[in-house]
Design a protein around this ligand. Sequence first.
Ligand SMILES: C[S@@+](CC[C@H](N)C(=O)[O-])C[C@H]1O[C@@H](n2cnc3c(N)ncnc32)[C@H](O)[C@@H]1O
Length: 283
Amino acid sequence: MTAFKMSKYAPYRSVEEYLQLRPSYVLEGRSAENWVADAICQCFPDAAGGTLAECGAGPGPLWELLPRNLKILAIEPNRALWSPNYQSQVTYCEQDGFQFLVEHPGKVDVIAWMWALNYPLLAFFEEYEPHTRTVTRKDWIEGHHHCLDRLVQILKVRCQAKWVVLFFDDASVEQDFVTRVWKDVAPFPFQDRAHTRKILEMAFQYQASEFGGRVEKIHLQGIAEYGPLDVAVQKMMNFHLRGNFSDEEGVRQRATAFLSQFETSGDVQCPAGAYLYRFIPES
Ligand SMILES: C[S@@+](CC[C@H](N)C(=O)[O-])C[C@H]1O[C@@H](n2cnc3c(N)ncnc32)[C@H](O)[C@@H]1O
């Protein structure tokens, strides 16, 4: 039986640490934040305010791009990432995003997730403690079914709200590398980030066919700006490869070799991409 040890996601200790470890994404010539902010603004056509729940908000790189009269509920379970700015516009909630959405039906107009929905979808796996539990192929497959059921349940409860979700493009050069490293560690099905994205797509499509609504999907190509090579390796190891690798040094060397291909004038700029989804329920 194939099994491997699963680690918890990187619990960033401060806003500064998080910002140092996060690559910046430029997609089709604009920042990822700009794309998401525009998609959110389109959901509030009269600019007359309303309530946005941003799940997995971190320190809120989006907010300065949003209208000031929008009320923002920032759902962020890691209190170390709460930003002291934006006090009047933003209320932080220290909760799991899914739990919040289930407990507060009807409270918000738009739900947004930027680089964050894969976390609660895979929370099932994060319950496995490194060194104490292992994940088997069977666990892995059941976990993905469980994730889909969970998301469908949430959409059902929250089918009156619009959703804006930014997800990694799993076929990009950057994510292809991440997937190859993971597959070497744990050769399971559903290993790449495509599968959490497909869970989201299936849930949206099911929701639209059962209860009405439409799904919009835009593919965005671009680059991930990683900075100087030594910083880039740190970012790759922490932001994307949060593994409990038995050969940590070997993985680091692979990351260095991979990223150095994209180093020009002292900075690493790696080809990357994203999918931007909007789910508009039937009004
Ligand atoms: C990759 S970061 C993205 C942060 C921010 N949206 C950005 O673009 O910089 C993922 C965020 O999701 C948060 N997160 C992890 N598990 C979560 C959960 N179950 N519900 C909501 N957010 C979660 C993490 O604490 C982290 O802040």
